[in-house]
Design a binder for this molecule. Sequence first.
Ligand code: UDX
Length: 424
Amino acid sequence: MKIAVYGSGYVGLVTAVCLADLKNQVTCIDIDESKISNLNKGLVPFFEPGLDELIQKNKSRLNFTIDAKSNLKSAEIIFIAVGTPQRPDGSAELKYVFQVVEDLSHNLTDNQLIVIKSTVPPGTCQAAEEIIKKNFSGKFAVLSNPEFLRQGSAIYDFMNPDRVVIGTSKESASKLLAKLYAPLKCPIVTTDLISSELIKYASNSFLATKISFINSIANLSEKVGANIDDIAKGMGLDKRIGPLFLKAGIGYGGSCFPKDVKALLNISQTNNIDFKILKAVDEVNESQRLIPLQKLEAKLTLKNANIAVLGLAFKPDTDDLREAPSLTILKSLLAKGAKIKAWDPVAEEKVREIYQEVIYCPSPYEALEDADALIIITEWPQVKNLNLTKVKNLMRNPLIIDGRNVLNKKQATKLGITYLGIGR
Ligand code: UDX
């Protein structure tokens, strides 16, 4: 099929490249000239494993342009995948979506599908329909088709979805979109527009709830002397609960969970629903980020202490720093006069722009030299596989705060390291 994708950010670009790999002809449209010119040179604007290679492989089926007008008419399906950032009150900023809708409404031809992939509150697709109707009198359909891609495994997630959700008021339109996804051989949930819009918020908020719940159990485990790893295993084997998203740590970050939880709270408030559970999910997550600092301060004075920080990205396999716990932790450590050496294989450059006072090291071991404490923030493989004997020998004071529960506590303790995990 001939496809156009508005927005070459994370969701738009991954969607476009994967659709090209499924043998569709895809045009990526973005207003950012330098981004488009870089993409034409094969330069991807963010780090996502496998994406550069997939662009190279499909370059004959991909076109990157700022010229929407001359590229839109031939597309059978037009995706909108522009950002919906958080407003100060927690609601989703919709101006970029509506700008695109207004723009394309002047350039449509009959029978095109307009598919909103951006995460948008209930009613947005209907509002988009109204904008288009004002400027275009031909036949068209607006569909909702939320994305569930995880950063770091976005290509795998696109190609192997648990389900595809399609919201529409027109059956024929959903059939055409379902045809595009047919090669993925997954269940397709077809629903009305508003339910589809809400499925995205409900899914992300539910996963965030699982994380805040297990983190609360972890905090309790610590007090009563239980082990959160065993508890998560014992709970997760129950099919009704499932093992995923039960990993205790220093809370969720990233571009979706914090934003979507806050947006759903805002939507609920607007509709006079007091979504008590979700408020607690957000609060628990905020306080969970501070736990490494509390543990550290209980053991040493931060002023002039050498602190090694391993991992800065909000999770492994990404350079994304949005809502990354590392930023809160670095800020606090610096405010308290600590001297920081940090390591991250891909996010370092971006953090350097924010915190010039930190010394950035080319390897985890260099960050550990003469350290009074180590804080683990991101579970990169290089961190999981640290040689603990080497760690002990390099540190001035062997104290580890393992914010992701990735090191072997028994082995660390045996070596004489003071090991503090989260709920274990
Ligand atoms: C998420 C959703 O998974 C995806 O479907 C949606 O489209 C976008 O938001 P992403 O933010 O890329 O994806 O990462 P994910 O792997 O879901 O992790 C989110 C956060 O939760 C990370 O900070 C991670 O460290 C944390 N997390 C995850 C936990 O603390 N414990 C867990 O068990 C799982």
